[in-house]
Design a protein around this ligand. Structure first.
Ligand code: AQP
Length: 355
């Protein structure tokens, strides 16, 4: 059965750019994840495992976006716990502080500062069109926080602060990265070339892992039912139970296709965790029905998560490991962010600086 190591070998790596003279320049990569609890295999397969697989080939900044988490109601204790848990998840999944800057967003005040400045070049209509706002506000846009509405501008600030070229994300973030490009281009044309226009790095497989209890919706941390997702911390029996209960399509063939959204999703998860192709799996389970397939899928997921879970137990016993990583990461991120903000403030004519 496949494990996390197999998964990482399968992920295609970021192309590096060659400079004149043959030396290689690493592509600048930024991505963020909200500390909102219940980190699931969708976050892992769609984002985190790609960050890990590519980190040695790129110049990476990975951010625990606690300010974004404030867009929905939080508590002090809950947020603190989720930040610590997420830092442990990122380290357990294989992010390496020697290869990647890993830090907490609110430790670098340039993020909200740049967000405010970018608000001035963002149109209200652009934000109103964001599908994530529509989904998360659930039609209650009179009562949700203004932070939820402004979320994509803070995300643009996160990305643009680090001259990011590639943003490895799941499919749901594509629209936000496109908006980031529009905001950067508008700023550049108004104030002069300042920001790099980033590209979303969305892999063909795993970019949209669907909910186990409703394969028409994406797997989501904030889902009402825990049967929606497999958390990275779910124990073996919970994983087996959730997969046994996962919604299936009508019929009994283990095949992928438009008319088989549930099986397509389960096959994708199996393939990504085992390193096997969907067609190999379809052949193996031809005529064997859903029961045998689901039983094996559960064991594949249990085995793949086991090394991450073992590391999580060690990290939970020693919270200082994550604390040290985040403190070092914040220092390195602040250095880059403050240099960039000096340029931005100057371009915009802010403060009482040189004429
Ligand atoms: N179902 C998914 N399939 C593939 N990738 C996914 N991501 C999220 N859900 C899936 C990717 O995980 C990264 C971090 O996500 P986030 O913390 O920014 O949260 P989100 O995109 O709002 O999605 P969540 O985790 O399900 O949270 P809620 O429930 O709050 O919406 C991103 O790269 C995201 O694309």
């Amino acid at each position: 059965m496949g494990g996390a190591a197999t998964v990482q070998r399968e992920v295609e790596t970021v192309p590096v750019r060659e400079r004149a003279g043959g030396s290689v320049q690493r592509r600048r990569v930024f991505s963020g994840i909200q500390p909102s609890g219940n980190f699931h295999i969708g976050n892992y397969l769609g984002a985190i495992r790609n960050w890990v697989a590519q980190q040695s080939a790129s110049d990476n900044v990975f951010c625990i976006v606690d300010l974004h988490a404030l867009s929905l109601p939080t508590t002090r204790e809950g947020l603190r716990r989720n930040i610590q848990d997420l830092a442990n998840v990122l380290l357990a999944a294989g992010l390496d502080p020697d290869q990647s800057i890993i830090f907490v967003q609110s430790d670098v005040p340039e993020h909200p500062e740049l967000c405010w400045l970018l608000n001035s070049v963002t149109q209200f209509g652009e934000l109103r069109r964001m599908t994530q706002f529509k989904d998360k506000s659930g039609g209650q846009d009179e009562s949700v926080s203004a932070a939820l509405f402004d979320y994509p501008v803070l995300q643009a600030a996160d990305i643009l602060l680090y001259d990011t070229e590639l943003v490895p994300v799941g499919e749901d973030q594509k629209q936000h990265v496109e908006l980031t490009r529009d905001i950067a281009a508008r700023f550049n044309s108004r104030y002069g070339q300042t920001f790099v226009l980033p590209e979303a790095d969305i892999k063909p497989d795993g970019a949209r892992i669907m909910a186990l209890d409703d394969p028409t919706k994406k797997m989501s941390k904030s889902a009402a039912s825990p049967n929606n997702y497999i958390a990275l911390t779910d124990d073996a029996d919970t994983i087996r139970r959730k997969i046994r209960r996962a919604v299936t399509d009508s019929g009994s063939d283990v095949t992928s296709g438009r008319d088989k959204p549930a099986l397509s999703n389960l096959l994708t998860i199996y393939g990504l965790f085992s390193g096997e192709s969907v067609s190999t799996l379809e052949e193996r389970y031809a005529g064997r029905g859903y029961g045998a397939f689901k039983g094996d899928l559960a064991e594949v997921v249990v085995d793949a998560l086991a090394p991450i879970q073992r590391r999580l137990v060690e990290l939970a016993a020693d919270p200082d490991v994550a604390r040290r990583v985040l403190a070092g990461g914040a220092e390195r991120a602040r250095e880059r962010a403050s240099a960039k903000m000096e340029i931005v403030r100057n371009r915009m004519g802010l403060g009482f600086g040189p004429p």
